[in-house]
Design a protein around this ligand. Structure first.
Ligand SMILES: Cc1cc2nc3c(=O)[nH]c(=O)nc-3n(C[C@H](O)[C@H](O)[C@H](O)COP(=O)(O)O)c2cc1C
Length: 172
């Protein structure tokens, strides 16, 4: 165990070990969407977190190197979709592309943000704050509409060590 331990050196330019350590945190998978002058835009993101109940706040973090970053950081409204294990195609698509919504079932949501149907839960948000955070921005959203679909039985889509999986509860 001792010999296999990798220690992150903050003075090194090599972030491989840091990324590997971060990657051991298993997360759900979301698609964040905004309406832009050029049409709907989406990005797959696992940096989503719930933050506050009163007011209802959530956050996520787009990387500033992304060509989609400014559209998200500058948007007044956005939507966050929690994906089920049956929606890996959406996760793959919106990791590679910001557009191409037509191959999915979507509508304009209550705040005008593109809204993917068939997700486990969806949050429509007003942008509450955008904070610089190193090579990412932290976008806080105030939730104006939240929806979940108890009739949808698909387990949550998960992501860990660059692999997708699905949530499986312990028996009992
Ligand atoms: C499961 C998963 C989670 C991701 N989470 C984030 C994230 O939280 N923030 C981010 O900036 N990019 C994240 N990405 C990468 C983006 O989806 C996208 O690939 C990246 O922004 C590509 O940059 P581009 O906009 O320049 O094409 C994630 C990718 C995957 C597959």
């Amino acid at each position: 165990m001792k010999n296999s331990m990798h220690l992150f050196d903050p003075n090194s330019q090599d972030t491989t070990d840091l990324r590997r350590a971060f990657g051991r945190f298993a997360t759900g998978v979301t698609v964040v969407t905004v309406q832009t002058p050029d049409g709907p835009m989406g990005m797959t993101a696992n940096s989503f977190s719930s933050v506050s109940l009163d007011p209802a706040l959530v956050l996520w973090s787009p990387g500033i190197a992304s060509k989609r970053h400014d559209a998200f950081a500058g948007a007044a409204q956005f939507a966050i979709h929690i994906l089920g294990a049956d929606q890996q195609a959406q996760a793959d698509h919106f990791a590679a592309n910001g557009d191409g919504f037509d191959q999915f079932d979507w509508v304009a949501g209550p705040n005008g943000s593109p809204t993917l149907n068939g997700c486990l839960a969806t949050f429509h948000c007003d942008t509450f704050a955008v904070h610089p955070a190193g090579d990412h921005s932290i976008i806080l959203g105030q939730v104006t509409h939240a929806a979940f679909h108890p009739e949808k039985n698909a387990p949550a889509l998960l992501f860990e060590q660059s692999r997708y999986g699905r949530f499986s509860p312990d028996a009992g």
